[in-house]
Design a protein around this ligand. Structure first.
Ligand code: NAD
Ligand code: TYD
Length: 348
């Protein structure tokens, strides 16, 4: 039996990780700890909420006292840490909340693990989920590898870089058993419609302008969220202590080309004329500090642990668009209230 604390399990990636672990490992107790910020949504986990190996706790990772008590109450021996403020544009408007959650929150968890495990690290693991954005920006050529120097440019990536450094520092200083993975951009069901793909699917459906930053030439390396969850499962069980693994799909797209695929897919599934929604493309002011290109070399993960992405991009995009079309209620719920204010401030 293992008691595994998954933080941020009500968010986009976290909910896919929680579902995978709860369904596949009935012998594990999965404790999902989430503060339910604007990005956290228990609707994402409706299908597993009644399972006997699943517990949800609403708590803030920055609440050090509560985090310590959760480690002892649930006898936590494994942590998969996903809770974070995750959107670059929000970090530009409010960097403090990113430093608080991503840096201080991670530190609270590390120290709580250190306190509870008291130097007995047998069968213990602190697994920190991070991003490729810590490596900065690439030109036309090359890939990020596990040894690429950190060079973050946004408050989001700076806060994630800082949290990665704290995790490694706990390993080097106190021998805390850690592993870190840095993943490229994810897409799939349940992603909050502030990120490019769900925002644009929603806008195409509603005939709203598609705000393309700059010239739309920036490049991202897209990975289907369930492939990320499977990589996390493998690294959690087989990753080498103290090591870092890059996760990516070898799937680079210029934003504008990806947007045209989204338009084509939504138009097709809604029975609109091909390309009918291209008129919605609207070039807007570029994002400040906009990283040009991200591209991950995930060959270490493939060679050492045997992970590979399973889904072709066009297939993944079609499934994703289909999910958003079939889950109008979910979209309606998350885009009411606070989202309207965010959208106005950001885009109008
Ligand atoms: P998300 O914003 O969808 O979800 C974050 C979750 O964390 C939410 O459920 C939120 O309620 C929770 N949370 C936020 N602050 C909290 C706090 N103080 N205490 C407890 N819970 C809190 O994010 P995501 O896209 O699912 O990303 C999850 C993790 O993966 C993050 O660490 C992110 O940096 C990393 N990551 C994301 C991507 C991506 O493309 N989305 C890529 C690589 C890495
Ligand atoms: P995003 O989904 O925010 O992920 P990240 O910035 O973490 O890579 O953005 C993906 C790309 O899409 C990025 O180059 C910025 C661009 N983008 C737009 O052009 N318009 C938008 O409204 C958003 C949200 C993103």
């Amino acid at each position: 039996m293992r008691n595994i604390l998954i933080t941020g399990g009500a968010g986009f990636i976290g909910s896919h990780v929680v579902r995978l672990f709860v369904n596949k490992y009935p012998d594990y107790n999965i404790i999902n700890l989430d503060a339910l910020t604007y990005a956290g949504n228990l609707e994402n986990l409706k299908d597993i909420e009644g399972k006997s190996n699943y517990t949800f706790i609403k708590a803030d990772i920055c609440d050090y006292k509560t985090i310590n008590s959760i480690f002892s109450k649930y006898k936590i021996d494994g942590v998969i840490h996903l809770a974070a403020e995750s959107h670059v544009d929000r970090s530009i408007k409010d960097p403090f909340s990113f430093a608080k959650t991503n840096v201080m929150g991670t530190l609270c968890l590390l120290q709580a693990a250190q306190n509870y495990w008291e130097g007995d690290f047998n069968n213990k693991l602190f697994y920190h989920i991070s991003t490729d954005e810590v490596y900065g920006s690439l030109e036309e050529e090359g890939f990020f590898t596990e040894t690429t120097s950190y060079d973050p440019h946004s408050p989001y990536s700076a806060s994630k870089a800082s949290s990665d450094h704290f995790v490694r520092a706990f390993h080097d200083t106190y021998s805390l058993p850690i592993v870190i993975s840095n993943c490229s951009n994810n897409y799939g069901a349940n992603q909050f419609p502030e990120k490019l793909i769900p925002l644009f699917i929603n806008n195409i459906c509603n005939n709203k302008p598609l705000p393309v930053y700059g010239k739309g030439e920036n490049v991202r390396d897209w990975l289907y969220v369930e492939d990320h969850a499977k990589a996390i499962e493998i690294i959690f069980h087989k990753g080498k202590l103290g090591d870092t693994y890059n996760i990516g799909g070898f799937n680079e797209w210029k934003n504008i080309d990806l947007i045209k695929i989204l338009i084509k897919t939504v138009d097709k599934l809604l029975g609109r004329k091909e390309g009918a929604s291209e008129k919605l493309i609207t070039y807007v002011k570029d994002r400040a500090g906009h990283d040009y290109r991200y591209a991950i070399d995930s060959s270490k993960l493939k060679n050492e642990l045997g992970w590979e992405p399973s889904l072709q991009f066009e297939e993944g995009i079609e499934q994703t668009v289909q999910w958003y079309l079939e889950n109008e209620e979910w979209v309606k719920n998350v885009t009411s209230g606070e989202y309207q204010k965010y959208y106005k401030e950001m885009y109008e």
